[in-house]
Design a protein around this ligand. Structure first.
Ligand code: PSU
Ligand code: MN
Length: 305
């Protein structure tokens, strides 16, 4: 199994495999399945730049021709963003993808697995996967939730994506003992909307509080990660009453077209992009950048603690 570090991450690596600088992992499914080309490459580059400006090193994770990449060179990033039909790689697909020399974009779950295996503690994304609406019939529950229960990485996201059933998602996280630390407010953020009717399980008001929790989590030897739920900035949000009818419309179409399994989330994100005339993407970009900023602060504070 081959692990390839890009030059930037490699420069921050010590001989023993630890890092001389704080690192922030970034996923690649958001590039290949979450945003259309060429916006995806532009955003991927800008998010990396935000991490650098905030004093950390970005490590975008993907599988290219069977090798695990920790950080992508710009040409690799561009090629991945342009390639159609890249496989969406979650826990279930990762070994097969590597073993068969294939190229794949890593989801939250797969990015966590890779980050943990190379000693990266902090990871920024847009929104995590969760329990889908109608899960009592379709059994669609994202592998991201089980990964948060198993793998010790702190994931910064703007909450579960609003296309999901947020109360059920919160129940699964609680059952699995995943700490959900909501940054600066008393309700769960809901991806495009900064608030929801679901109360925050745990509220934090500073990066120091988040890092203190990470340290005690480790000291106790607890399994699994932490979810830091970071609300989208108010100026960029789409309120729930605007987005909800569009989500429902997209869900009905997905059902009619019998979209299922891995295709559900990319289909819904794309349909909501069309129904909001692009506004959902603008919000998605704003929240990812906001998460990259917070993740960099967490990574720095954790690194120097
Ligand atoms: N966040 C975004 N856009 C995305 C995703 C996250 O802003 O496209 C991706 C992540 O890779 C996440 C995946 O793991 O959606 C969830 O897919 P599923 O519901 O099939 O588990
Ligand atoms: Mn699913």
């Amino acid at each position: 199994m081959k692990i390839v570090y890009n030059s930037e991450v490699n420069q921050a690596r010590n001989k023993m495999g630890s890092y001389s600088k704080p690192i922030v992992a970034l996923e690649s499914t958001i590039i290949t399945h979450g945003m259309p080309y060429p916006k995806n490459i532009q955003v991927a580059r800008e998010v990396e730049e935000i991490v650098r400006q905030n004093g950390a090193i970005p490590a975008t994770i993907a599988i290219l021709d069977g090798s695990i990449h920790i950080g992508l060179e710009d040409v690799e990033l561009k090629k991945l963003a342009q390639t159609r039909d890249v496989v969406k790689v979650s826990r279930a697909d990762i070994a097969f993808t590597i073993a068969n020399g294939k190229t794949g974009a890593t989801t939250v779950a797969a990015t966590m697995i890779v980050a943990k295996s190379v000693g990266i503690q902090v990871f920024a994304t847009g929104g995590i996967g969760g329990v889908h609406r109608g899960s009592e019939l379709n059994f669609d529950i994202s592998a991201d939730l089980r990964e948060l229960a198993l793998t010790d990485v702190t994931v910064v996201a703007a909450g579960p994506k609003a296309i999901l059933d947020i109360p059920k998602t919160m129940e699964v996280l609680e059952t699995n003992g995943v700490p959900v630390l909501v940054y600066g407010q008393n309700s769960m953020p809901a991806f495009w909307s900064s608030t929801s009717t679901v109360p925050a399980p745990l509220r934090v008001n500073s990066v120091d509080e988040i890092v203190a929790s990470m340290l005690v989590h480790k000291a106790l030897g607890l399994d699994g990660g932490q979810l830091v739920a970071n609300p989208v900035p108010l100026a960029d949000q789409i309120s729930a009453d605007v987005i909800e009818p569009l989500i429902e419309e997209a869900l009905i179409e997905a059902k009619k077209l019998m979209i299922n399994a891995k295709a559900v989330t990319p289909f819904l994100l794309n349909r909501i992009f069309e129904l909001t005339e692009g506004k959902s993407l603008t919000t998605n970009i704003a929240l990812v950048k906001n998460n990259a900023r917070l993740a960099s602060e967490i990574s720095k504070t954790f690194f120097y603690s």
